[in-house]
Design a protein. Structure first.
Length: 220
């Protein structure tokens, strides 16, 4: 069965470049961003891992732990890290999950249960669906799923924007409109009736339509 938003993120134990982990225990009370890669020493993923390393502080500030996954061994991950540092200016500063048996990739429905064989013999094309982003909340529920083709590098500014929206709307009963950026106006959630909204937003709101109630972003 495919994973969906609000499903519990499957737990797993795995070896990583920073030692063995239990995913749920490793998360603690933080958010987590799991982003996956079909193969080590691939060009687009090399740029992505370096970019994530350079902006990791932005995720730290949002209490989001970063963890990568690639369908190869810890030794291969460590060798790849040297290339990433050389070409991108920053080696990964977060754990990378080793998945040579495809266990985690299958658990997260990125590969079919029938997938198998020696990870070293599998090509990036064999693993091309291992190109996902999962944002997991402190409640262990999946909040966001993004899929990318191998030829399209991920936009981490958009991922950060989505994190900001999801964290804001988890705290306040609002939604964010198209192309919203932090600090922009937001929409009162449809589940909030007008009588309740008047207490929550005493300064009122603009409503071009009764179902479209626009207010400034809550500040706290």
């Amino acid at each position: 069965m495919s994973l969906r938003i609000n499903d519990e993120a499957p737990n797993f134990q795995a070896q990583t470049t920073e030692g063995p982990i239990d995913f749920h225990a490793w998360m603690g009370d933080s958010w987590a961003l799991l982003f996956s890669h079909p193969k080590d020493f691939t060009p687009v993923c090399t740029t992505e891992l370096g970019t994530m390393a350079r902006i990791k502080a932005e995720f730290d500030r949002r209490h989001v732990k970063i963890i990568g996954l690639s369908v190869d061994s810890v030794d291969d991950h460590r060798a790849w890290a040297k290339d990433i540092e050389e070409t991108q200016g920053q080696a990964p500063n977060y754990p990378m999950i080793a998945d040579p048996d495809l266990k985690v990739s299958k658990l997260y429905n990125m590969l079919p249960a029938s997938a198998g064989g020696d990870a070293k013999a599998r090509t990036p094309a064999d693993n091309q669906t291992v190109r996902c982003v999962f944002l997991v909340g402190p409640d262990r529920k999946i909040k966001l799923i993004l899929y990318y083709p191998m030829t399209t590098g991920r936009n981490f500014d958009e991922i950060l924007r989505a994190v900001d929206s999801i964290q804001l709307t988890a705290k306040h009963r609002v939604a964010t409109p198209a192309n919203w950026k932090p600090g922009g106006d937001v929409i009162i959630a449809g589940s909030v009736k007008d009588d309740e909204a008047k207490k929550m937003f005493p300064d009122g709101w603009s409503a071009p339509k009764p179902y479209l109630r626009i207010v400034p972003q809550p500040k706290s």
